[in-house]
Design a protein around this ligand. Structure first.
Ligand SMILES: C[C@@H](O)[C@H](N)C(=O)O
Ligand SMILES: C[C@@H](O)[C@H](N)C(=O)O
Lengths: 164, 164
């Protein structure tokens, strides 16, 4: 099944927040996100990778305007969980490649990652679904990243400007 | 916009592979996935979280049958990149909550995570898209996880059996 990339989407005005060194035991993910949900903050990406030594890091993205409130909530959670630290970056953007037949992500992803590497753009986070590969980059590289990925997949010049 | 969860999907027979302690610099993600793509291995999830001290961990999932080949490829990559270690688990499963209006993931995610915590099921990885929240759990907890999430969202008894 040849993956068909149909477009490139992007989201600007986002911020990421990471709570690092949380216990990797049942219940912790809910303890982190429940207060964020109760505060009515809109969350976009949620990323957690496999942990080591019983700990892991947990990251989510919010709208830039909600960054300070989210940071405050996480500081409280950090104390409750005894996590190592809370950090964040309020100048990030998300770039996504969208397409059908993406189940064989590896080839499509490698091509996307190559295009970003050629422009010396560092990939800060990666998250995928069956039809989409999303990366987080520094916001200052957003236009460069969208153009580089567009041309890698020969999608023509017009970067998709809708928020996904 | 009230998030509407329409279903629970799951994928069994998967394996996860992690290459830990890779340099967090442009080009590394492509160096990891290109050989996997060239080998024709089907990759499902790709997850990378924000790094620390110039390093990060990179995880992807493959079909269980491809686990050994993927491990072999990663061992070569580890040497080239000077990564800390390669590890894996060939007994994992993915459980996903699917729905529209998921942009406010926090509430839906917290409910999903709560349902898993109540069954003492540990969440090993998390990845989201606009319409989906996916978690990786130990395969032995798959049925328990699908049932717990189904009832948390009052979706009735019949777990979705299609692979997503
Ligand atoms: C870190 C967090 O995801 C934890 N493993 C949990 O299940 O809640
Ligand atoms: C780790 C890897 O994602 C690296 N940051 C890259 O851009 O390729």
């Amino acid at each position: 099944e040849q993956p068909i990339v149909s477009g490139v989407a992007h989201t600007r005005d986002e911020a990421k927040l990471t709570i690092a060194g949380v216990p990797d035991v049942p219940g912790v993910a809910s303890k982190i996100l429940s207060p964020v949900g109760h505060a009515g903050l809109e969350v976009d990406m949620i990323v957690q990778n496999t942990g080591a030594d019983g700990l892991t890091d947990f990251t989510f993205t919010v709208k830039r305007d909600d960054y300070d409130r989210a940071l405050g909530i996480l500081d409280n959670v950090r104390e409750t969980l005894g996590a190592r630290e809370v950090s964040g970056d309020n100048r990030i953007a998300k770039v996504s490649v969208v397409g059908v037949g993406m189940r064989s992500h590896a080839g499509v992803a490698a091509k996307m990652f190559d295009a970003l590497a050629a422009e010396n753009i560092n990939i800060q986070m990666i998250s995928t679904s069956e039809i989409k590969i999303s990366v987080v980059v520094a916001e200052r590289y957003l236009e460069l990243a969208v153009r580089a990925v567009h041309s890698a997949f020969e999608l023509g010049e017009a970067p998709v400007d809708k928020d996904d």
